[in-house]
Design a protein around this ligand. Structure first.
Ligand code: ADP
Ligand code: MG
Length: 236
């Protein structure tokens, strides 16, 4: 294991409302890799991503980003290190243009104008599909297009690690393939970017993810290298 680890989660435990939700979660995401976290509804996928972002407190364990522990950092400080998070819910501001929605995190982080512009151009270079819709209001877009905007918005700050929470959920098979192609294109254009994708159904991640983890009742197990991807799980 010589690859630079973008993310190293070790022994992470989280309790919510007095219930243990995550148990001793350990997982790694190398720079330039796409890693899948697969589990059914309620398994703990969202809680894992939220804990990495610092949106829920941990009881135990360590989260390292490029070797440095981020446990003591607030969410916005983790974001500023280059960690982008796309929650399950897209949270677009309908009345604003696509570009304004993409710029929201830059404004929240009070980036200087030059930096803001440079990052915006980088997002358009990484996701050329967004360029065509930059002036449109977010509310006029389809669900699939809004997912693209949410990805662009996360890339505005998350230039080194992307956390995607069930990005394929709610997309038709055609739009899912389109989104998977977008992720593959992103992968080609930025060879250093690390991506952690949580999904219930692994089918669409099969061509994308190199490393697989299964999560069940808050416990994560790494799937053997070379083994077939885990079978689909059904939510509900
Ligand atoms: N704020 C909370 N308080 C108490 N329990 C919660 C809270 N959020 C999530 N849970 C519970 O944690 C478990 C894992 O949830 P979650 O991480 O959302 O799973 P997934 O994203 O895999 O569907 C579920 O049993 C859920 O009910
Ligand atoms: Mg979830």
């Amino acid at each position: 294991m010589t690859a630079d680890l973008a993310l190293a989660v070790a022994g992470l435990s989280v309790e919510l409302g007095g219930t243990r939700i995550l148990r001793d979660v350990t997982l790694d995401v190398a720079s330039g890799s796409t890693v899948a976290l697969i589990g059914r509804n309620g398994a703990g996928k969202t809680t894992t991503l939220r804990a990495i972002m610092g949106l829920v407190a941990r009881q135990d364990g360590t989260i390292r980003f490029h070797g440095a522990a981020v446990d003591g950092l607030a969410t916005h400080q983790r974001a500023r290190l280059g960690i982008g998070y796309v929650p399950e819910d897209r949270r677009m501001i309908s009345a604003l243009s696509v570009e304004s929605n993409v710029l929201l995190p830059a404004d929240a982080c009070k980036l200087a104008a030059g930096e803001r512009g440079a990052r915006l151009e980088r997002v358009y270079a990484l996701l050329p599909e967004l360029t065509k819709m930059r002036e449109r209001s977010a509310g006029s877009l389809s669900g699939g297009q809004q997912k693209m905007v949410a990805l662009g918005r996360a890339l505005m700050i998350g230039s080194r690690l992307l956390l995607l929470d069930e990005p394929f959920q709610g997309l038709s098979p055609a739009l899912s393939r389109n989104y998977a192609e977008t992720l593959a294109g992103l992968r080609e254009r930025d060879s250093e970017l690390a991506i952690l994708v949580a999904e219930a159904n692994p089918a669409l991640l099969r061509p994308l993810a190199g490393i697989w983890y299964a999560i069940e009742r808050g416990a994560v197990t790494r799937q053997d290298a070379g083994a077939p991807a885990p079978a689909p799980v059904h939510s509900g």
